[in-house]
Design a protein around this ligand. Sequence first.
Ligand code: AMP
Ligand code: MG
Length: 361
Amino acid sequence: MGTKKEAVVWRVDPFQPDPGLIARAAAILRSGGLVAFPTETVYGLGASALDPQAVAGIFRVKGRPADNPLIVHVAHRRMVYRLASTVSALAEKLMDVFWPGPLTIILPRGKDVPPEVSAGLDTIAIRMPAHQVALDLIRAARLPVAAPSAYLSGRPSPTTAAHVFEDLGEYIDAILDGGPADIGVESTVLDLASPVPVVLRPGGVTVEELRAAVGEVRLDPSAAGAAAEGGEGEQAHQKPRSPGLKYRHYAPRAPLILVEGDPPQVVAKVRELAADRIAGGQKVGILACAESAGFYEQGKVLVAGSRRRPEQMAARLYGALRHFDELGVDVIIAEGIAPVGLGLAIMNRLRRAAGGRIHRV
Ligand code: AMP
Ligand code: MG
């Protein structure tokens, strides 16, 4: 952890942030400091991507493993040409269609970029966020900004400035508070190293949208989120293409049990598991869809949103997981949803938070 201080919190309008506050935040970035800022996905913890010491600060305060590379955020296409050594026609097309937005593309790293940003890999992950505060900050700093999600490694990602403050307030310089994040899950990470692009992490841009734009797109085996961490499952024996994918992630403090399958069977299984745990004296949290919340008479039930509106669930997912921690539950039992559209990103996060504790009914 870094030296103890307390972040100043600047509240800004998400559409028209005060240029004076943006300039102060940008000055902190230019002098090597750490600033958390809102994006459309989740809050990011930013540092100058060109300053190895500032980048080291990100890893230090987050407790992020040194081999987990960062995403660099840009505000102009010309920043991409500085960061990457080559930019393919496919990359140009993806940037045309999806930027600014929740798509991160992986390109060969340019030689002026400190290797620390990419945890020593010869590639670099880049995205242009669709958020006025983020874009204004990057422009004002006149720097590409390395920014992982602004939370302690392993926790659910922060979707509000309060979440950031809770995790990192003591260790960073400033937080720009632009209100709650819209999308609520992180960006889609797309590897362009092979002729057919590979989704390493599903996120705010769906696989269906990618395929509609550029044709064939593959899913890395870890993209579904199965047993990626803790030495369990097949993934543990392979070198993951995206190093971050091997770590426990997105997890609330209480263990999470995920139940997947057709809704009626899921409800029956969740009821059974909850009853068992409650009989054993445990405080149980249930993460339910709006459609089935009424079936649970026991436990602390939080509704993430409608099963038919995964964008609603994505926006509330991490907040709900943090809320269970505040409620002090001993275990969380979560209903799965169909892994299509944004549902794939949600299921990836839930499966990884669950580790091996998944019931398929
Ligand atoms: P975060 O910013 O904390 O949401 O995580 C960024 C994600 O992007 C992690 O899963 C990283 O492993 C992945 N990532 C970043 N840079 C690269 C890269 N150069 N190659 C592969 N994956 C990357
Ligand atoms: Mg993260």
